[in-house]
Design a protein. Structure first.
Length: 418
């Protein structure tokens, strides 16, 4: 996208005094502020303004569900298309990479913090801590950083070369990294508590949840998160694949499978398209690529001799339940039918590895996630947490917000003035 294209997009912004787009942004980016600076050609100043709230503009500008967040709150959307805030943010972030604009930081203050997990929450927490003079070390279980940004989002949505540049820009702050280090295996939480002044746990929750229906243990049933993470797919050529779920993982895995040669790909979701958690843009693009959607349908069972052969599906209606913001799906009696298929992929949510979280000595919530207060503080004095492992809303921006907020809470705990 050219500079002139971006300039024209910035002209669409009305620079609203109330800034509803900023309210809609989980990171609370000063949207009208950086758009105004970009309109004036002050891209470096726009980048510096973004750095007050985020270190992932190139990433969030591309993959955030803008239509449900900042752009969804744009006042122009009432009568016109919303301002393309994501495109402008990504352009500014890319300019920073191309021009090697640095992220400023303060001298070290003799305080050490360990960050467990190199995904969006961990990277953001580490960046804001180091910028404020904290000596930070990231512990990552894989031999690369990025977490779900790297293994959970397909290349067609987020170029990995760009992602590595973004991560390198963050590491230039002077952040230490220890790769191939798994908590509970290579080190314990107690080890970190002894060595560091504080610890941030942001290692995610990437085990796919199950529907608890018959047949989930049959050969040919996969977890969406695991398929995206390992990239170890079966041969889909000429096959029919069913994905259960309505979020961005369902969109990513359905498009990936379709691109790998599947004859038919169905996304089955209990609610309507309007209630789907996936961004509208991702649903549109999946449809363009040939993915078929069965909204207001629910899978009751998976059947086959020794592998998946078919599923039983029932149609649903949506009703309003008391104290529930979303419409709830209810099965319509007698509307059952069967659908032949070769593979079923579960993309209905995720949860942390029980073998890890259950052995941390931390208080957990009823879903098995680490219990935190409003500042990200866990039941242990030195330990903070954020992101999926603590039940943060599963988007990159919300995970980043959790990491940033935890960084400020840790600085407060360490009596560091930021």
């Amino acid at each position: 996208m050219s500079e002139e294209d971006i300039r024209l997009k910035t002209l669409e912004c009305l620079s609203c005094v109330t800034k509803p787009c900023q309210v809609g942004c989980p990171l609370n980016n000063d949207t009208t502020g950086f758009i105004k600076l970009a309109r004036e050609g002050k891209y470096k100043e726009a980048y510096d303004l973004l750095l007050e709230t985020t270190v992932l503009p190139s990433v969030c500008g591309r993959i955030c569900p803008h239509e449900k967040q900042c752009q969804g709150m744009c006042v122009k959307k009432v009568s016109f298309e919303s301002v393309k805030i994501g495109d402008i943010e990504a352009f500014i972030g890319d300019m920073a990479l191309e021009n090697n604009w640095t992220i400023s930081s303060l001298p070290l203050k003799n305080k050490k913090v360990a960050v467990v997990g190199g995904g969006p929450s961990g990277l953001t927490c580490a960046a804001f801590l180091r910028r404020n003079g904290v000596d930070v070390t990231i512990y990552e279980r894989y031999n690369y950083l990025g977490g779900l940004l790297y293994y959970g989002i397909p290349d067609f949505r987020l170029d990995k070369t760009l992602l590595r540049k973004v991560i390198d820009k963050i590491l230039e702050l002077g952040i230490n990294v220890k790769l191939n280090q798994s908590i509970g295996k290579d080190f314990s939480l107690e080890d970190l508590e002894k060595e560091y002044d504080a610890v941030f746990l942001g290692f995610g929750a990437n085990l796919s949840s199950k529907m608890n229906i018959p047949g989930e243990d049959l050969k040919g049933v996969y977890g969406g998160n695991e398929l995206l993470e390992s990239n170890n797919h079966p041969d889909y050529t000429g096959k029919t694949v069913v994905i259960s779920g309505g979020g961005n993982v369902a969109m990513d895995v359905s498009r990936t499978i379709k691109r790998k040669g599947a004859k038919k790909v169905y996304v089955i979701y209990r609610r309507s398209e309007k209630e789907a958690l996936a961004e509208a843009k991702e649903i549109r693009e999946a449809k363009i690529e040939g993915v078929e959607f069965l909204f207001q349908n629910n899978i009751l069972g998976i059947y086959g001799e020794d592998k998946v052969e078919k599923i039983e599906v029932i149609k649903t209606e949506l009703i309003k339940k008391e104290d529930d913001d979303r419409l709830s799906p209810v099965n319509i009696e007698g509307s059952n039918y069967y659908l032949s298929c070769d593979y079923v992929v579960m993309a209905i949510g995720s949860h942390p590895e029980e073998s890890i979280v259950n052995n941390l000595g931390l208080e957990l919530d009823k879903r098995g996630r680490i219990l935190i207060d409003k500042d990200g503080h866990t039941s242990k004095e030195k330990v903070f947490a954020g992101g999926d492992v603590a039940g943060t809303t599963s988007t990159v921006a919300f995970a980043s917000r959790a990491g940033r907020d935890a960084a400020y809470a840790i600085m407060k705990y360490l009596n560091i003035n930021n």
